[in-house]
Design a protein around this ligand. Structure first.
Ligand code: GTP
Length: 417
């Protein structure tokens, strides 16, 4: 056995040879050759109340014992409670395709009287992984980016058969904008098939009611029938009802299987009739690994990054440099302000000149009018003067002024007798 990793959150890497077929060699069908050569990085996280079998499932999930089996520590001891966020890595290889798988185990919650903030360290862990990716993206050398972002988050739901708990709703609401949420019903061996079927329906309607976004497996269209059928089958099983176990037990018909033995029979982990474990694994590593990675990068990370930059007051455009550099921003603001003032001044000048010109034109016009009238009056007066002078001359020379004749031609003042 391997030594148990320290519960410090430090990732430890265990190199494992696969015990059996996992299915991620199918990945070349999902992505381009380049990523195949580089290998894949995939990180899954398990979240849920304490004791729901999260650590057990991690071991069961990838068909490889990431966690050292508890028997190697002390056969009588229970698997210790997870008390800190632990991350365990494994390099696994299948048909020449390398996968670096990391599983993040989070401490179970719900044990305290007040569980209000138990989501915080988990959300912070997810965000710090985004942070580290952003920091790498901003480096000059972007060739060696390590993608430690959480690509899938398995959310464990207690097999109560009732509706979702308030605590589950709170957790999922905190997580759904940051990770691909995949709800699973834990310890499904404690419920009957009918109970599981109706519990699944209730969980889905609760999730819809509370507007929680869970990972939506995309439908394939231009694929072969088998792939479409497989994808559809997986979609229809969400939330997966799972059973975890690292122990091999012998079935009544003599097969050695991973499962849980009960007085009434054996529950087989890898038997699709017994639980959805195989479907869950198929979804993660075979059918939707690339979609999970893509959605994490294109939507969840991108939204987080935009929000973060906006909260830092950085506009998402080419003026980023000026925004970051306060001196350059001030300088630019001053130049713009000055240009605005100059423009206003020029406009005022123009309007002023226009007004002056209008006034001048008006004045000139009235001056001309005045001059014309003045000239007219002067001419009239001159004519009067000439007339008067003419009369005066006639009087002085003694010539009687011819009285005006009336209309009858007679002199005025004479009456006919
Ligand atoms: P924390 O570390 O407190 O978060 O717990 P955990 O969720 O990691 O649970 P863990 O894997 O330690 O399992 C708790 C107990 O549940 C162990 O005794 C497991 O053997 C048991 N267990 C795990 N998976 C299953 C399951 O599918 N069905 C049943 N019936 N028991 C299970």
């Amino acid at each position: 056995g391997q030594p148990i990793p320290p519960a410090t959150g430090i990732s430890s890497v265990i190199r494992k040879k696969l015990m059996g077929y996992v299915g991620f060699a199918n990945l070349p069908n999902q992505v381009h050759r380049k990523s195949v050569r580089k290998g894949f990085q995939f990180t899954a996280m398990v979240v849920g109340e304490s004791g729901l079998g999260k650590s057990t499932l991690i071991n069961t999930l990838f068909n490889t014992t990431l966690y050292p089996p508890k028997e190697s520590l002390d056969p009588s001891a229970e698997r210790p409670k997870t008390v800190a966020i632990e991350s365990i890595g494994a390099d696994i290889e299948e048909n020449g395709v390398r996968l670096h798988l990391t599983v993040v185990d989070t401490p179970g919650f719900g044990d305290f009287v007040n569980n209000d903030d138990s989501w915080k360290p988990i959300v912070e862990n997810i965000e710090s992984r985004f942070d580290s990716y952003l920091e790498q993206e901003n480096r000059v050398n972007r060739l060696k980016i390590v993608d430690n972002r959480v690509h899938a988050c398995l959310y464990f739901i207690q097999p109560t058969g009732h509706s979702l708990k308030q605590l589950d709703i709170e957790f999922m609401r905190r997580l759904h904008t940051k990770v691909n949420l995949i709800p699973v019903i834990a310890k499904a061996d404690t419920m009957t098939d009918e109970e599981i079927a109706s519990f699944k329906q209730r969980i889905l309607s609760d999730i819809e009611h509370h507007q929680i976004h869970i990972f939506e497996a995309p439908t394939y269209e231009n694929e072969d029938e088998e792939t479409i059928a497989e994808a559809e089958e997986i979609r229809s099983q969400i939330p997966f009802a799972i059973v975890g176990s690292n122990n091999f037990v012998v079935t009544p018909d003599g097969r050695k299987v991973r499962g849980r033995a009960y007085p009434w029979g054996v529950v087989e982990v890898d038997n699709e009739e017994h639980c959805d474990f195989v479907k869950l694994r198929q979804m993660l590593v075979r059918t939707y690994m690339e979609e999970l990675r893509e959605h994490t990068n294109d939507v969840l990370y991108e939204n987080w990054r935009t929000e973060k930059l906006v909260s830092m007051g950085v506009a998402q455009d080419s003026s980023v440099f000026k925004e970051i550099n306060p001196a350059a921003r001030l300088q630019e603001e001053r130049v713009m302000h000055e240009a605005k003032l100059a423009k206003m001044e020029a406009e005022m000048k123009m309007v002023f000149q226009q007004k002056v010109q209008e006034k001048e034109a008006k004045l000139k016009q009235s001056e001309e009018e005045l001059y014309a009238r003045h000239k007219e009056m002067k001419e009239a007066l001159e004519k009067q003067r000439l007339d008067l002078e003419d009369k005066k001359r006639k009087i002085e020379t003694g010539r009687p002024i011819t009285p005006e004749k009336n209309a009858t031609g007679r002199r005025k003042g004479f009456l006919r007798t």
